[in-house]
Design a protein around this ligand. Structure first.
Ligand SMILES: *[C@@H]1O[C@H](CO)[C@@H](O)[C@H](O)[C@H]1NC(C)=O
Ligand SMILES: *[C@@H]1O[C@H](CO)[C@@H](O)[C@H](O)[C@H]1NC(C)=O
Ligand SMILES: *[C@@H]1O[C@H](CO)[C@@H](O)[C@H](O)[C@H]1NC(C)=O
Ligand SMILES: *[C@@H]1O[C@H](CO)[C@@H](O)[C@H](O)[C@H]1NC(C)=O
Length: 188
C-alpha cells in the first residue's frame, strides 16, 4: 500500500522540483562585467556645468558614484556628488575660478569594489557654450531698432549671479541683415 501510493507521489514531486529549477535558471541575471564608468562628457551652457558618464552597473549590486575634481591642488569631492546613484553631476558651484583648467573623474563604488574613471579636462571660460541671446526688433524711420539681451549665467559671486559682461568684460556679436539680393553685416 505504501509503495503504491509513494511511487506516483515521488514522481509528481520530481516534476515539480524540475519545473522550479528551470524557472530559477532562466531568471538568473546575466553577469555584467564590472568596469569603471567611462564616456565622461561635460554639457556646459552659460557656466552651468553638468558632467555625465556611462555606468556599467549591475542592477542587482548596490552602486553609487563620487565625483572628484582638481585645478592646481588636491582632489576635492564635488559638493553635490559625494554619494549619488544617478550617472550625472552638477559641477556649477564647484568650478568657481572660470579661468582655471579643471580635471575631474568619477569613482564608482560597486559592492565592495571601487573603480576610477579616466580624467576629463575642462576650462569653463573657453569651453562653456554661450547663448542664445534674447532680442526684439522694431522699426523706426529709416532704421531698425534691435534690442539684445544676453543670456543670464549660472555663475555666482558673493551670492549674486554674474552677467556675461561681468565675466568677459567685452562681448562681441555679429548681426546680419538680409534683404532680397543684399546682405549687410554689423559687428558690435
Ligand atoms: C546646477 O547648479 C546650479 C547652481 O547651484 C543651479 O543654478 C542649476 O539650476 C543646477 N542645474 C541643474 C540642472 O540642476
Ligand atoms: C582612485 O582614485 C583615488 C583618489 O585619487 C586614489 O586614492 C586611488 O588610489 C585610485 N584607485 C585606483 C585603483 O587607481
Ligand atoms: C522684448 O519685448 C518683450 C515684450 O515687450 C519684453 O518682455 C522683453 O523683455 C523684451 N526683450 C528684450 C531683449 O528687450
Ligand atoms: C529702440 O527700442 C528701445 C527699447 O524698446 C527704446 O528704448 C528706444 O527708444 C528705441 N530707439 C529708437 C530709435 O526707436
Amino acid at each position: 500500500m505504501e509503495t503504491l501510493m509513494g511511487g506516483p507521489l515521488r514522481f509528481y514531486q520530481l516534476v515539480f522540483v524540475s519545473i522550479l529549477c528551470a524557472a530559477c535558471y532562466s531568471s538568473l541575471p546575466e553577469k555584467i562585467p564590472r568596469e569603471p564608468p567611462d564616456n565622461l562628457q561635460m554639457t556646459s551652457n552659460n557656466f552651468q556645468h553638468i558632467l555625465s558618464w556611462r555606468a556599467h552597473s549591475d542592477p542587482t549590486v548596490p552602486t553609487y558614484y563620487r565625483v572628484l575634481y582638481s585645478s592646481h591642488s588636491n582632489w576635492k569631492i564635488a559638493k553635490q556628488c559625494s554619494r549619488i546613484v544617478q550617472p550625472f553631476c552638477n559641477l556649477t558651484d564647484d568650478f568657481q575660478v572660470v579661468s582655471d583648467e579643471y580635471s575631474a573623474f568619477v569613482q564608482s563604488f560597486v559592492g565592495t569594489e571601487v573603480f576610477n574613471s579616466s580624467l576629463l579636462y575642462f576650462s569653463p571660460l573657453s569651453e562653456t557654450f554661450l547663448g542664445p541671446p534674447e532680442f526684439n526688433l522694431s522699426s523706426c524711420v529709416h532704421c531698425i531698432n534691435i534690442t539684445i539681451k544676453l543670456p543670464p549665467t549660472h555663475l555666482r559671486k558673493n551670492g549674486k549671479l554674474l552677467s556675461l559682461f561681468d565675466i568677459y568684460n567685452k562681448v562681441d556679436y555679429e548681426i546680419t541683415l538680409r534683404t532680397v539680393g543684399e546682405e549687410h553685416k554689423v559687428n558690435s
